[in-house]
Write a protein that binds this ligand. Structure first.
Ligand SMILES: Cc1ncc(COP(=O)(O)O)c(C=O)c1O
Length: 441
């Protein structure tokens, strides 16, 4: 919707918001946030009713965002003691919190157990022992999951049989370090028998895409090996909202060249994100068809980006435009300091020239002294001038929670409610805020 050729959200003029709160400014849409959560939950309620939806707190840890999701009935997935603190403060009870992540210090485990959290997904033998020790000291029995690593080296490398070369050259697949490898699982199950204060209730992996192929056979294996019928199957996150695929500046450059040469765009090919409805249905079908005679476990999902990504937009003010190296560069007042990941599917609009036709191919860049501080590469926009306001869609995920104070204090965030009411959900930081914990002498 537009007013005076300005973009509006539920009747609120976005340019008015910039004039009141300054730029950069994050604007969250409460309607979209709640709709995304409810759509996700409805998909699973319809196809696999025994599903728990755990919002992944790290995606956006703003207290108001978390509180809204808690009030709508979400559970929470936390991956640090800070996440745990945030979730509790936002209103999630311990019974609705699960704890993931490779690094869980003893104090964090103690706090989690004090809060009687639903599950701790354990990632190593050391963590198992430590958690058992903490539970023993506290006289508790804690329900746990084992995180399984579903990682396999990419087939291309395997077919070249370069294993030895990789070992010698120290080639590394970073994702192989999470959780227990498939080979370690039988040992982990046996090891657990010694851990008198832990109760195995769950198998977990992330992302969901490979989860069931790995977890369902293991569910049977656990049943055969220890007689336990597991209560939960946790397939992690990885649910793509279809708008937030990350990319690198190099890929975007290559894509640009391909387009110039009239070659197929490889980025466009990646656009075929399946709808959450079809993802949910295929997950449900797969579980039901492959369980044999085991009872149906409760399914745990850990969406983050799907819920919060599309609900946030970033408004940036144009400082200047410049021609260099044959390109038009648009310099704006926020960049990778506040949206660290470049996405190629983010829609970019002019908030003060909403209906103006796109006529120029430009690069939008942030204020950092860093050549890769891109907001958008090779996008078509209307004629851009100083003081125009650019609106970047799909900035709700990994922005507020992963923005930095590098060179600039972090900006404000507001939430626009269904009827257009505006609430500040994060105040703009001052220079003093940035320096608050520093000592002068
Ligand atoms: C263990 C775990 N769960 C859930 C998520 C959320 O994933 P997404 O936002 O892609 O659904 C992540 C993100 O990396 C994760 O590492």
């Amino acid at each position: 919707m537009e007013k005076d050729n300005h973009l509006t959200l539920h009747g609120t003029d976005l340019i008015d918001l910039c004039n009141i709160y300054g730029t950069p400014l994050f604007v969250f849409d409460e309607v979209s946030l709640v709709e995304n959560f409810e759509r996700f939950r409805r998909v699973f309620e319809n196809s696999y009713p025994k599903t728990i939806v755990c919002y992944s707190i790290k995606t956006n840890n703003n207290l108001v965002i978390c509180r809204i999701l808690s009030e709508k009935g979400a559970f929470a997935e936390v991956s640090s003691e800070l996440d745990l603190y945030t979730a509790l403060k936002a209103g999630f009870s311990g019974a609705k919190i699960i704890y993931d992540g490779p690094f869980k210090p003893k104090e964090a485990l103690r706090k989690a157990l004090e809060e009687k959290i639903l599950l701790v997904n354990v990632e190593s033998f050391k963590e198992m022992e430590e958690l058992n020790g903490v539970a023993q000291e506290m006289g508790l029995e804690q329900a746990i999951g084992l995180r399984v690593n579903s990682f396999k080296p990419p087939g291309f490398f395997k077919s070249l049989n370069l294993k030895n070369l990789f070992e010698e050259s120290g080639y590394c697949y970073p994702s192989c370090r999470f959780g227990f490898s498939l080979e370690e699982i039988p040992k982990a199950i046996d090891y657990l028998k010694k851990m008198k204060n832990l109760r195995l209730e769950c198998l977990m992996t992330h992302p969901y895409t490979k989860a069931l192929n790995v977890l369902i056979p293991l569910l049977k294996q656990v049943n055969e090996r220890s007689g336990v019928e597991l209560k939960y199957l946790n397939i992690g996150g990885g649910f793509d909202p279809g708008v937030s695929s990350s990319t690198s500046d190099l890929l975007l450059m290559q894509d640009f060249i391909r387009r110039r040469l009239h070659l197929r765009s490889l980025l466009d090919e990646r656009k075929g994100t399946p709808s959450i409805e079809s993802v949910g249905k295929s997950i449900a079908d797969k579980i039901k068809q492959n369980l044999s005679n085991l009872r149906e476990p409760t399914l745990i999902t850990e969406p983050g980006r799907f819920i919060v990504g599309p609900s946030g937009m970033l408004l940036l003010r144009v400082d200047q435009t410049k021609i260099a190296g044959g390109y038009k560069w648009i310099l704006v007042d926020g960049g990778t300091n506040i949206i660290p990941v470049i996405h190629h599917r983010r829609k970019i609009l002019m908030a003060n020239k909403a209906t103006a036709p796109n006529i120029e191919l430009v690069n939008v860049v942030g204020p950092l002294l860093y050549p890769k501080d891109f907001v958008a590469i090779k996008v078509f926009l209307p004629q851009v001038e100083t003081d125009d306001i650019i609106a970047i869609s799909d900035c709700g995920a990994y922005s507020l929670s992963s923005s930095t104070q590098f060179l600039y204090p972090r900006p404000a965030a507001v939430l626009v409610s269904p009827k257009g009411g505006v609430k500040v959900i994060r105040e703009k930081e001052t220079f003093e805020d940035v320096l608050r914990k520093d000592k002068l002498s």
